[in-house]
Design a binder for this molecule. Sequence first.
Ligand code: AMP
Length: 480
Amino acid sequence: MTKEIEQFTQLGIGEALTAALLEYGIDKPSPIQAEAIPPILEGRDVLAQSQTGTGKTLSYLLPLLQKIDAEKKESQVLVIAPTQELAMQIVREGEKYGAPIGIGTIGLIGGASAARQVEKLRQRPHLVVGTPGRLRELLSTRKLKLHEVRTIVLDEADQIFQMGGADDVRGLLKGALRDRQLIFLSATLGQDVRGLASREMRDPVDVGIEPEQKLAKSTQHLYFVCQERDRIDTLRRVVRHYNPQRVIVFVNQTETIAEVEAKLNHLGLEARTLYGDSDKVTRATVLSQFRSGKFRLLVATDVAARGLDIPGLELVVHLDPAADSEHYVHRAGRTGRMGRKGLSVSIVTDRQAFIMRKFSRELDTPIVERALYEGAVLSPEEADERRSGASRRTPKKPADPSSNKRNETTASSSAARSHASSFGAADPVRSEAPQRAAAPSGANAGKPSAPAGRGPKGGKKQPNKDKGAPKWLKDKRSTE
Ligand code: AMP
């Protein structure tokens, strides 16, 4: 276990940087910073498994900025990032903390004018940050020279590999000094990253923040089941219920993203899109407008939103379920950063619900089913009960699992409550906990359990004889 480190100075960070950090309200190192800063200052190779939102960028930038010799006009540190957005984010941090101590930073990213970047490179900025393709291109045309680079960082190394950057990275490593410090940061340490580390690193220091805990503990994970055609409407109701300032909405396909944007705007939800193919200027504008709160919903693909840091983002919605648990981790990691509360909501059809159970198992994290009923977020059973308006609890669907699931839902009710209040919404699940506790034994069967004034309304619309209908049909009828 790491001992509590109270101050950056205890880690060897100098006063100028510490003062700059304080200006941005950063006064205490995060756990990954406490672990990574000392070996990086010593010049050791570091392999860090870092879940996103833990302060990983500053965990390497601070010691590297400190080690840069600002007097020398040489490019001394190279940071490689998978996407333009992440690269620009790192550039911004580099400028924020580097400029006050005389350190120059440059971003070399695809999509932007290469000529201007080459021009700026002539001034030999100390810190070079870029995406693999553009860096490799500039290296092969000898515009970028790496013979003075003493440290190379791969940020989100797993993503660099997944996005096909392996060759570029190999080329860049080849073009640099043999005797350089290597730092790899990755949310997941797969074969590729481990392989490269074992080939290229010398006696690396492993920095792992609870490697088993891939998802931030402060994030709650829910899913809502609806019909395919009701996805957008379910999203609208989720947003209306939680009422967050900003939401990232993930979709799986670039082809339909404009249609999703149009539908959301039609519903008055102020949405804009971010996807891999959009040009650099548009992407930068969209992101800065989103950061400053000019619109509320950012509809994005996985690639576009990878590594994005939107401080205080309260809600991530998976309008399409993530492709696998690794993508889920990256998406959900946009919220709940630096210990803040976060909420990750997936919208799935009945046939996709098993995916949520699979992710939950693989990530060892509760991902809990919830249902929307008249604007309230309820357990599916309670929603059924309110719909039917009957005193008898509707039996669980056979697909709904096991004792394990029971624990999840019970645990989640208090978390759901705290979420609702943390977003300033009325607490929708006040009555839930006692009912959930009673549900497994069925002890409450036959007793009215809905709070006064809520239940009977739905009952008139949805008599018990509709019980045989599929769940989605009952859902649909009762909420219309
Ligand atoms: P990252 O994991 O690098 O994407 O950082 C997530 C966010 O945490 C960024 O907005 C950082 O500015 C912020 N941050 C980094 N280190 C700290 C710290 N020690 N205390 C508070 N906030 C921090």
